[in-house]
Design a protein around this ligand. Structure first.
Ligand code: THG
Length: 626
């Protein structure tokens, strides 16, 4: 039987803390060193994971006690067993051995218990901790763009760890104590990569930890934003661990349970540590609180974190079954959101109530001379002011573009993205990564914990490149703008626009397996009223193509760079803004639901004097060739 099968039948009991149990054995420095490390000149005590090599008997005993207490799932002693954390003890090069030994010990005892209680098979999931470094927060207040660890370093370290664990045969990967979503995204990528390499599938289980009573992670994300950030992956369960005690964790557990389309787990601390560093919640108190989670149908997996022992887990059996011994009903995962979800620190869902998502256009070196000057001079504080002002002006997403021949585009993009991450007023909103260079897009996404939009991919370089790019964007957890552009160039007419978008949609949904809601078409807003008659129909063709796309390519969205429309009127800002308002009025009615705009504009369709409005409609809707 697999975890996937067992969880449909009953609430599964996870083990309690490893650390608290280890403490109770009062091990000394020599225990941690064993024979292997007997001659080292630094302290090994505190490196709990090394005990899998030096005192495997203790680790085995702890597993046995949890299994004896009724745990269905035990976790390997591998919370910190990757090179990044192991560097603290100069044990980077022992990671393979540690993970192998830990997996074998846990699997060995679990198999004994599965044989003893065949009606209650026991599972081993790998404990994958967050590492001791965070990819979203600077270690230096004076240099907010600095990072202690990169996505690539995390992904590699996690890959190496998980490869051993999956090879050894663990039943699942529990990415736990998530405090930074970017670290977690690297771990998720590694998990999927390991499974693809080994041709072996195990469930991915996530467990986040909230850092404040407002329910945010350490890196500042709200839980619903966190759910959006990991929505690209094939997740089995999601939950909470550590944080506070069981009582304080309840509102956040409810939120996850109501919003995350997965099985739900919870393994809280035995309360918050007191002044002595001890945990005050007793097994009986913990039982009572966990019982309410079970009885309210919030959970599928219950366990314990810091401060819990086998005495806590022993309390759980009676709360997952009724008096007659039958299993209590379990939580049924909620349906996936049918809408596009994006996130910064907060969630942005393109639900029908959000009629139009305006994307701020001003952080673009090609679209603003001022922004180009600031970035060229490395005046980042002023550049951030532009970003912040757009959010204040109501931008729901920020477009970022550093494509300029004289800039180190990749470096400027990652620097600016990292700076934004350090400013919670800006990083509240999702980002749109605008670059014509795909490697710049990839490197930028590796710096962002939220769910972003890539701007853009297209069929310009043919089908195979297009599919490859789409898959990579999806794997990095972003939605994507697809320009109406193919091997023959930009789609200008209505027929070209709809045929390129249709072809792209079919390839994306059938070959690249992209969810339709993550696809945002841009049928090209081109300049009109330029004096060239072949430009006359551009706006009307965009609007008509929009209507066709929304009707015929279900789930997808339509966006466009609105300010392109009025390049012929540069210098006449009132007229340009009035044109944009009239264009948007008609395009939004046709189904355009996103647009790159100047969010500071205040001109509304209804405010434009009728005479001018009529003239603009003549131009935009091509009602009159004059
Ligand atoms: N589709 C997609 N992405 C895009 C575009 C698009 N990204 C870039 C662009 N087009 C949208 N962004 C802008 C930003 C600014 C202007 C136009 C489009 C603009 N800027 C003033 C100008 O050039 O006159 C600059 C004035 C100044 O220097 O301050 O109009 O279509 N997917």
């Amino acid at each position: 039987m697999s975890i996937e099968e067992a969880i449909q039948e009953r609430i599964l009991i996870l083990d309690g803390a490893m650390g608290t149990m280890i403490q109770s054995y009062q091990l000394e420095e020599q225990d941690f060193r064993g024979e292997i490390f007997k001659d080292i000149d630094f302290q090994m005590k505190g490196n709990n994971d090394i005990l899998s090599l030096t005192r495997p008997d203790v680790i085995e005993d702890i597993h046995r006690r949890y299994l004896e207490a009724g745990a269905d799932i035990i976790t390997t002693n591998t919370f910190s067993s990757q090179r990044i954390s192991m560097a603290d003890y100069h044990c980077e090069d022992y990671c393979d051995e540690i993970n192998r030994a830990a997996a074998r010990t846990a699997l060995g005892v679990a198999r004994q218990y599965s044989a003893k209680t065949p009606a209650k098979p026991r599972f081993v999931v790998a404990s994958i901790g967050p590492t001791n470094k965070t990819a979203s927060i600077s270690p230096d207040v004076n240099n907010p763009a600095l990072r202690d660890v990169t996505y690539d370093q995390l992904a590699q370290a996690y890959y190496d760890q998980m490869r051993i664990l999956v090879e050894e045969g663990v039943d699942g990967l529990l990415i736990e104590t998530i405090f930074d979503t970017l670290n977690a995204k690297a771990a998720i990528w590694a998990a999927e990569e390991v499974m693809a390499t080994l041709g072996k599938k195990v469930p991915i289980m996530l467990s986040a930890t909230v850092s404040d009573k407002a329910g945010r992670t350490l890196s500042g994300q709200r839980l619903d934003a966190f759910i959006a950030s990991v929505s690209h992956a094939n997740i089995f369960s999601i939950g909470l661990n550590c944080s506070f005690g069981p009582e304080e964790i309840k509102p956040f557990l409810e939120e996850l349970s109501h919003k995350a389309p997965y099985y739900i787990s919870v393994h809280p601390n035995a309360g918050l540590p007191n002044a002595m560093g001890k945990y005050d919640v007793t097994p009986e108190q913990m039982k009572k609180q966990m019982e309410t989670f079970v009885n309210e149908g919030l959970v599928n997996i219950i366990g314990g974190c810091c401060g819990t022992t086998d005495a806590f887990i022993a309390q759980y059996q009676s709360i997952v079954t009724n008096a007659d011994g039958t299993a209590k009903p379990t939580h049924h995962p909620v349906a996936r959101s049918p809408y596009l979800q994006l996130s910064g620190l907060e969630l942005l869902e393109a639900s029908p109530e959000v009629k139009f998502i305006n994307v701020g256009e001003r952080c673009n070196v090609a679209g603003s001379r001022k922004f180009l000057r600031l970035i060229s001079n490395h005046q980042y504080d002023e550049a951030l002011d532009i970003a912040r002002k757009q959010v204040d002006d109501g931008a729901l997403v920020l477009d970022l573009n550093m494509d300029d021949g004289l800039l180190d585009t990749q470096k400027e993009m990652t620097t600016f993205v990292n700076l934004i991450a350090s400013d919670p007023d800006i990083s509240r909103v999702p980002l749109m990564i605008d670059s014509s260079r795909f490697e710049v897009i990839e490197e930028s996404l590796k710096c962002i914990q939220g769910k972003s939009i890539v701007n853009s991919i297209s069929l310009k370089e043919g089908e195979s490149k297009f599919i490859e790019h789409a898959k990579r964007v999806h794997e990095l957890g972003a939605a994507m703008i697809v320009m109406a552009f193919d091997e023959n160039g930009q789609a200008c007419t209505y027929e070209q626009k709809i045929s390129v978008c249709k072809r792209a949609y079919d390839l994306l949904t059938q070959k690249a397996h992209i969810p339709p809601t993550d696809i945002i078409f841009d049928p090209n807003v081109l300049s009109i009223a330029t004096g060239m008659p072949e430009h006359d129909r551009y706006a009307l063709d965009f609007i008509n193509a929009t209507a066709w796309i929304r009707k015929n390519l279900p789930g997808s969205h339509v966006s466009g760079g609105v300010s392109n429309l009025s390049f012929a009127f540069r210098g006449n800002n009132y007229l340009r803004e009035a044109m944009h308002a009239v264009f948007l009025y008609h395009a939004i009615n046709a189904g355009m639901d996103m647009g790159i705009v100047n969010p500071a504009t205040r001109i509304m369709y209804s405010d434009i004097p009728e005479y001018l409005r009529n003239l603009l409609e003549d131009v935009i809707l091509y009602r009159d060739s004059e």
